[in-house]
Design a protein around this ligand. Structure first.
Ligand SMILES: NC(=O)c1ccc[n+]([C@@H]2O[C@H](COP(=O)([O-])OP(=O)(O)OC[C@H]3O[C@@H](n4cnc5c(N)ncnc54)[C@H](OP(=O)(O)O)[C@@H]3O)[C@@H](O)[C@H]2O)c1
Length: 232
């Protein structure tokens, strides 16, 4: 049974639902869609155990991921996560998933691509094997700012892009100041090991985020939603 969920902030409630909490207005920015990063992390800040995030989540965390997917227009994800977690096509009819890669080394024979849902976001220099739609941005490395600005070429009218990691893609989004929202589930578990943090590789610089909501469930999972602070 899915553990009961309550809201602690704002305006505490005895009960809420994932849909009620996460189905909020998100407005595109000038020249690009709103971008939200959805991740789960352990108490010690790891986002991967044994190469996947599966051991960190629970039913409510999966509901957060799937609800945000329903609300988002386009999903983007790093090639490492697709290679490690075996991404399939989305549940939402017609939704597109952009796999970000510099190398172009992505298996496009999987259902993610054969269903027509998957496309690649790659630099002009990347050699792509197989027949797949490619959004080219950047010469030798993906220019993410250009890519998210042009995602409407893939899905016209895109207002909200959900970024589903991993840490390298998140770090690149952060480096380009493209993270408008962070939907972070905190798992009540220590992971140890050498798993990466939520972002990897971005230059060290403090950016502020405001707490939009804080939920908790009976399993001890904490569900946070953060929005880029107007003051940074
Ligand atoms: N806890 C969570 O919520 C969560 C979510 C997602 C992933 N994860 C975990 O994170 C781990 C993977 O980490 P990772 O950092 O390797 O993931 P990643 O960001 O998905 O993959 C890195 C690869 O993606 C491509 N890439 C990422 N950013 C790029 C950019 N800005 N431009 C061009 N290419 C880019 C590159 O692919 P090429 O090598 O093809 O150039 C790069 O080698 C896995 O263990 C996964 O389970 C956890």
């Amino acid at each position: 049974m899915t553990p009961a969920l309550r809201r602690l902030h704002p305006s505490p409630t005895a009960a809420t639902t994932v849909r009620e909490a996460y189905d909020v207005t998100r407005r595109p920015l000038p020249g690009r869609p709103w971008i939200g990063v959805c991740m789960v992390a352990s108490l010690d800040g790891s986002v991967a155990v044994d190469g996947t995030s599966g051991a960190l989540g629970n039913d409510n965390d999966m509901a957060v991921l799937h609800t945000l997917r329903q609300l988002a227009d386009v999903i983007i994800v790093g090639a490492g996560t697709v290679r490690g977690e075996g991404y399939g096509p989305p549940e939402k009819a017609g939704q597109r998933i952009g796999v970000v890669t510099n190398s172009g080394r992505v298996d496009v024979s999987t259902p993610l691509f054969t269903t027509g849902a998957g496309f690649l976001i790659a630099p002009h220099s990347a050699t792509i094997d197989g027949s797949v739609e490619v959004l080219r941005a950047g010469d030798d490395l993906v220019d993410l700012t250009e890519a998210v600005g042009r995602v409407v070429e893939i899905d016209a009218g895109t207002r909200y892009v959900q970024a589903e990691g991993g840490p390298t893609l998140n770090g690149a989004l952060l480096a380009d100041d493209l993270i408008d929202e962070i939907d972070l589930t905190i798992s009540p578990r220590l992971a140890g090991g050498a798993g990466p943090r939520l972002t990897v590789g971005a230059p060290e610089r403090i950016r502020g985020y405001d707490l939009a909501h804080l939920l908790a469930d009976d399993d001890g999972f904490v569900f946070t939603r953060w929005v880029r602070s107007a003051n940074t």
